[in-house]
Design a protein around this ligand. Sequence first.
Ligand SMILES: [Zn+2]
Length: 232
Amino acid sequence: MHDLLVAAADLLLGARCPGCDRAALTLCRACGVAISPAPAVCQPLPTSRAAVPSSSALRPVPTVAAGINADVLRLVLLAWKEKGRHGLTTNLAHLLAASVATHAATGHPLVLVPVPTSRRSKRLRGVDLVDSLAHSCVQLLREVGIDTRTTQALAYARETADQAGLGALDRRINLQGAFRLRSGRRLAGRDVVVVDDIITTGSTVAEAVRVLTDAGHRPVGIAVVAATPRAC
Ligand SMILES: [Zn+2]
């Protein structure tokens, strides 16, 4: 039956697996296996450290990525972000959930704080993808008994340039002071985990950590779907 559906989808819609370009409704089984979560701690990023106020002797916030932004996972993320394949959100939420779960060892309830999506990106994609990802991730974590919720505690304080194409230093400068705390109300009594789809230089999550820390909500961790090869 599934094969018939795939054949029909290919004929009528030209549906293709984003990982291998074979006929498939969403992600084919082989590519699904290829992007199985393998959470790994990224080394503390220089930008994460630099973003922490020098007056505080705080340890870097650990960053966990469920995969490397390369090969099949890179193609899946590209299709999801740039080609409107939003049906892949659940697939990617499994990876994010695996990363978040590594920060749940203490058993404290968690609250996810997605990095804010710029107005430009929302306009371009018609949806806040990272927020959708966080909601899907919460559902998955609740199914395995991890008390989690998500809240958009951060917002853009000003417009920024598109990060794509900028180097590490320019990314950091571009994002300095870019975020503000919208509300810390739903963070109380929970371990805060900053979530994003991809970590490249770490400047985006570092700015999120800085704003949350300054507001008294120091995150226990950062969790992402994938890291660029040089970030981990
Ligand atoms: Zn495939």
